[in-house]
Ligand binder design. Structure first.
Ligand code: PLP
Length: 282
């Protein structure tokens, strides 16, 4: 694999960052994951926009213009013959003497690499749906910034695995915030319900596109919090993320939703999302 590190395209064995990098020492960095389908980038502009916002919120300088970023993404797709998969991008505040205060003159560390996932859009899991458990949301208060602090989400996925489930929905003050690496939705009486935007959840790029497509298709959307009990009584549920697209949820804490199979709203949105985003891919 060829990876990108600070302006260079290198074989992965030769790609290195400093042990003093603040991403490594303090999780002082942000990331993005962009899907690639048929060699093209899905919603690149959305990811570039959110990246700029994450950096600005952390008072980090943005080392690349959107055009430069796009060129690097495309170059990595080409050099790795990537057809279906993902591009991971991480920018940290850089390497300096360890200090809690932000350094004045550190150069950001920029790393991008590809992950091949042949047949990503035909993931057979979408036909059966996933099972989730609910766990307390004990993350920090700025979940709208896409930082590399992923320890709790990682623990959440392990808890799900140990419970025989696929993922965890996190709960705060009795209400679902989001999944460990995705946004969470329920459907009741044809209405799509998902938590409103705020500091409590990541503003999913897929969420934004899916809600737009849902409204264009005259589906009713309500952006508000919902409880786990409300979710268990829903007709169906699903999650969205850049790599899972729209994925049906068929069970919450062992309780099956509806018929226990993927619901029609989730399946329809998945189809619309994939169709539209492939058309708009760059
Ligand atoms: N919420 C969290 C906590 C995430 O980590 C992610 C994606 O990684 C999402 C939501 C979905 O965001 P997106 O649709 O931009 O991938």
């Amino acid at each position: 694999r060829t990876v990108y590190v600070n302006g260079l395209y290198l074989p992965e064995e030769e790609a290195k960052v400093s042990v003093f990098d603040r991403g490594f020492l303090m999780a002082d960095g942000v990331y993005e994951v962009t899907s690639v389908l048929g060699g093209k980038l899905i919603d690149f502009a959305g990811h570039a926009r959110r990246l700029a916002r994450s950096l600005a919120e952390l008072e980090m300088k943005n080392p690349l213009t959107e055009d430069e970023l796009l060129a690097i993404h495309r170059e990595l797709v080409a050099r790795n013959d990537l057809v279906d998969g993902m591009i991971y991008l991480q920018i940290t505040r850089g390497a300096t003497d360890r200090d809690f205060l932000f350094p004045e003159n550190a150069e950001p560390t920029v790393v991008l690499f590809t992950q091949s996932k042949p047949g990503l859009a035909d993931n057979p899991t979408a036909k059966v749906g996933i099972k989730v458990i609910s766990i307390p949301d004990i993350r920090w208060g700025r979940r709208d910034i896409k930082t590399v602090q992923l320890l709790y989400p990682s623990m959440g996925k392990m808890m799900a695995r140990k419970a025989g489930a696929d993922d965890a929905w996190m709960v705060e003050d009795g209400e679902v915030t989001e999944g460990t690496s995705n946004n969470a939705y329920i459907v009741k009486g044809g209405k799509i319900i998902t938590r409103h935007l705020g500091n409590e959840i990541l503003h999913g790029i897929t969420r934004s596109a899916v809600l737009r497509f849902a409204r264009e298709a005259q589906m009713e959307v309500e952006e508000r919090p919902f409880t786990v009990d409300e979710a268990k009584a829903a007709d169906e549920a699903f999650i969205t993320s850049a790599s899972a697209f729209v994925m049906p949820v068929v069970q919450i804490d062992g309780v099956s939703l509806g018929a226990g199979t993927p619901g029609p709203v989730a399946l329809r949105l998945r189809e619309i999302y994939l169709d539209e985003m492939r058309k708009a891919a760059v």
